[in-house]
Ligand binder design. Structure first.
Ligand code: FAD
Length: 393
């Protein structure tokens, strides 16, 4: 009988893993569990908020993965039984596996900020999973009067997409500068530093003047209470801020199935073996993407994609009795600050003494000229096309 691999999650990590396992060994029966028939990417969803893309451009179907011979099952994995090696699905089926790969992404930590739960997110969206939340935030920005205030509440580390909140305010600033130039943007941050900070702040000053204000944690930026109905937030210093549009990005944790299956630990994330991305706790289960502890790699789509390729190779090797290969990982996070203004951070990663380490890399130069920024914007767009093709076909 052919070997059975079950993959949970059809996002950046899971869809990559399914494709690369099947490509490396077509005799393996690969099943991909994902509730959504269409996957909308978070990457480039900020450009949609900025008015630079249509929402439909974020959509990817599973047709090409199906055409590769992967069985796509639109369902939710509710439980893993690591002793019987089965995955229980919401609609009743139970799937046996030889190897299981989880790439379920993140869940929001509801109530970590007082007053911020699933209901509050219908009024003050997080838009940190792409779909209805992103469209809701866009609708609110469109409806906001000129001269209004957009507040973005940024989370502590670690969280999905370290530069994401700052790309988001950049794209909202672009939209405001075109349509609502009297408006203000306030970032209330639970941190004192953020990804590509100097590059972002230089560009904000240069392009958007004083439209964007950033309040770090040490100056009272940490929000502890949210009143979504009133659009009001309160910081740990007791200050209240009133928003016309309120975007709350709460603290996050590995998605539910990671906790149920026993791969997550008390940090609320998943410890892995960096050579294979096998769970440190549960045999024959591999975990990639945002759910894992893979620092210094960020929680990015690019990172999930590169981790999934390593895990796919390790799974195929293990099923044929071979040792895992020595892995190498790569990541670049592009951020768009204005239509012709891109910046990036990129690194290669290796495993050294059983630890993930940065092997080389860096950020865009601070003194680059306009042509350089324009080319980085183009590289970012090309990256999105290339990785989408690599994952969903
Ligand atoms: P996901 O891609 O979220 O996939 C998880 C999938 O698992 C989902 O489809 C979910 O439905 C499914 N799932 C969960 N639980 C179950 C279950 N129990 N059963 C079945 N299915 C399940 N990254 C970049 O590299 N570049 C960028 O420019 C970039 N921009 C971003 C902008 C924003 C605004 C945000 C929020 C993120 C951005 N990211 C970017 C980060 C990127 O979106 C994530 O790092 C990436 O999606 C992680 O991949 P993943 O496979 O871990 O999770």
């Amino acid at each position: 009988a052919s070997a059975q691999v079950v993959v949970v999650g059809g996002g950046f990590g899971g869809a990559t893993a399914a494709r690369y396992i099947k490509r490396r060994d077509p005799s393996i029966h690969v099943r991909l569990i994902e509730p959504a028939k269409t996957f909308y990417t978070c990457p480039f969803s900020n450009l949609y908020l900025g008015g630079l893309r249509r929402f439909e451009q974020q959509a990817h179907s599973y047709d090409d993965l199906r055409a590769q011979g992967i069985e796509i099952i639109h369902d939710i994995a509710t439980a893993v039984d690591p002793d019987k090696k089965t995955v229980q699905l919401a609609q009743g089926a139970s799937l046996a596996y030889d190897k299981l790969l989880l790439s379920p992404g993140v869940d929001m930590r509801w109530h970590a900020l007082e007053g911020y739960d699933e209901e509050a997110a219908e009024l003050a969206p997080h838009a940190w999973k792409a779909g209805a939340q992103t469209q809701l935030l866009k609708k609110q920005l469109d409806a906001m009067p000129d001269g209004g205030t957009f507040i973005l509440v940024a989370p502590e580390n670690p969280f999905r997409c370290p530069p994401g909140p700052y790309e988001r305010v950049s794209m909202v600033a672009h939209y405001f500068s075109q349509h609502k130039p009297k408006s203000k943007i306030l970032i209330l941050d639970a941190k004192d530093a953020f990804s590509k900070q100097a590059l972002f702040q230089d560009a904000w000053q240069h392009i958007y003047g004083d439209m964007i204000e950033w309040v770090p944690m040490s100056q009272g930026g940490r929000v502890i209470r949210v009143d979504a109905k009133q659009g009001l937030v309160e910081t740990e210093f007791g200050d209240q801020h009133q928003a016309d549009v309120l975007n709350v990005i709460p603290p996050q944790q590995a998605a539910q199935i990671a906790h149920q299956s026993g791969v997550a630990d008390q940090s609320l994330w998943v410890p892995i073996d960096p050579t294979t991305f096998a769970s440190q706790h549960v045999p024959d289960v591999y975990v990639v993407g945002d759910a894992t502890i893979a620092s210094p790699m960020p929680k990015s789509g690019f990172a999930a994609n590169t981790q999934a390729k390593v895990a796919a190779a390790a799974i195929v090797n293990a099923l044929s009795g071979q040792a895992p290969a020595e892995p190498s990982f790569t990541n670049t996070c592009y951020s768009l600050i204005a239509p012709d203004y891109g910046i990036s951070v990129g690194h290669l990663y290796a495993v050294n003494n059983n630890q993930l380490v940065e092997a080389s890399g860096g950020v865009s130069p601070r003194d680059a000229d306009a042509d350089f920024r324009r080319r980085e914007a183009q590289y970012g767009a090309a990256w999105y096309e290339a990785i989408s093709l690599d994952i969903w076909g």
